[in-house]
Design a binder for this molecule. Structure first.
Ligand SMILES: NC(=O)c1ccc[n+]([C@@H]2O[C@H](COP(=O)([O-])OP(=O)(O)OC[C@H]3O[C@@H](n4cnc5c(N)ncnc54)[C@H](OP(=O)(O)O)[C@@H]3O)[C@@H](O)[C@H]2O)c1
Length: 252
C-alpha cells in the first residue's frame, strides 16, 4: 500500500455529501487536500472544510471551479500545484442528477442531456486530463472516478444520468490502459443509493424500497463510499476496476 502522507489530493464537488467525507478521509491518511467547490454560494462551506482539515494537521486549499469549464479546471489545477504541490490523487466526485428523475428518454430536453453529460462526463475528462499531465511528469498517481450502479445496469431514474455514469466507467477503463505505464492507476467507485442532497427529489417511500431491496437491509453511508476511495488511493496494484458499494443489490 502507498504511504500517502504529505502527498496532495484534489476532490471535486468536495462540499457535497460524499465529497466532504472523501476530503476528510484523505486528510486523515496524511494528505494535503484541494477542496473544489462549484460556485461562490459554497465558498463558506468550502472554507469550513479547509479549516476542519487544517485542524487535523494537514494542508488544505479551497478552489472554486465548474468542472465542466476547461479554463476554470485548468486554473484550479495550476493553483493547486502552486500551493500544495503536484496532485497524486484525483477524486472525480462532482456530479448532478436528472432534473426530473423518472422522465423517459423521449421527454428529456436536449439542454438537460447536455447539462448532465457536461458535468458528469466531460468534467471527469477535463480534470483527468489536467491531473494526468502532473502525474505523468511525477511518474505516479491515482485517479478515482465516482460512477454509479446505474452506469452498470441502467436505471429508470434518467437515461442521461445512467449514460453519463456508464461513460465514466468506460473512461476509467481507458485511463487505466493508457496511464498504467506511468505508475498511474485509475479505478471507479460505483455507489448504490446514498442519502445525500443529490437524491433530495426521492421520497421516504423510495428510500424504504431501496432499503428493502438491499441484502444487508440498509443503504450505504457517505463514510463507506469514502472508505472505498481510500482503498483505491492506497493500492499499488488494483487498476481499471469498478467497486460497487451498495450492500449487495448489484452484483458485478
Ligand atoms: N447519492 C447517491 O445516491 C449517489 C449514488 C451513486 C453515485 N453518486 C455520485 O456520487 C457523487 C457525489 O454525489 P453526492 O451524492 O455526494 O451528491 P451531492 O451532495 O449533491 O454532491 C455533489 C457535489 O458535486 C458538486 N457539483 C455539481 N456540479 C458541479 C460542477 N459543475 N462543478 C463542480 N462541482 C459540481 C455539487 O456542488 P453544488 O452543491 O454547489 O451543486 C456538490 O458539491 C456524484 O458524482 C453522484 O453522481 C451518488
Amino acid at each position: 500500500m502507498v504511504d500517502l502522507k504529505g502527498k496532495t489530493a484534489l476532490v471535486t464537488g468536495a462540499t457535497g455529501g460524499m465529497g466532504k467525507e472523501i476530503a476528510y478521509a484523505l486528510s486523515k491518511l496524511g494528505m494535503n487536500v484541494c477542496v473544489n467547490y462549484s460556485s461562490e454560494k459554497k465558498e463558506r462551506e468550502a472554507g469550513e472544510i479547509v479549516r476542519g482539515i487544517e485542524k487535523c494537521g494537514t494542508k488544505a486549499l479551497a478552489v472554486c471551479a465548474d468542472v465542466s469549464n476547461s479554463q476554470e479546471v485548468g486554473a484550479m489545477f495550476k493553483e493547486a500545484h502552486a500551493r500544495l504541490g503536484s496532485i497524486f490523487v484525483l477524486v472525480n466526485n462532482a456530479g448532478i442528477y436528472a432534473a426530473k428523475p423518472g422522465t423517459p428518454l423521449h421527454e428529456v430536453p436536449e439542454e438537460e442531456w447536455d447539462r448532465v453529460m457536461n458535468v458528469n462526463l466531460k468534467g471527469v475528462y477535463l480534470c483527468a486530463r489536467e491531473a494526468a499531465r502532473q502525474m505523468i511528469a511525477n511518474k505516479g498517481g491515482r485517479i478515482i472516478n465516482i460512477s454509479s450502479v446505474v452506469g452498470l445496469r441502467g436505471s429508470r431514474a434518467g437515461a442521461h444520468y445512467a449514460a453519463s455514469k456508464a461513460g465514466v466507467i468506460g473512461l476509467t477503463y481507458a485511463l487505466a490502459d493508457e496511464l498504467g505505464q506511468y505508475g498511474i492507476l485509475a479505478n471507479s467507485v460505483a455507489p448504490g443509493p446514498v442519502k445525500t442532497k443529490l437524491l433530495d427529489k426521492l421520497n421516504k417511500t423510495d428510500f424504504e424500497r431501496m432499503r428493502r431491496e438491499t441484502p444487508i437491509g440498509r443503504i450505504a453511508t457517505e463514510k463507506e463510499i469514502a472508505d472505498a476511495v481510500c482503498f483505491f488511493a492506497q493500492t499499488d496494484i488494483v487498476n481499471g476496476q469498478v467497486m460497487v458499494v451498495d450492500g449487495g443489490r448489484v452484483k458485478h
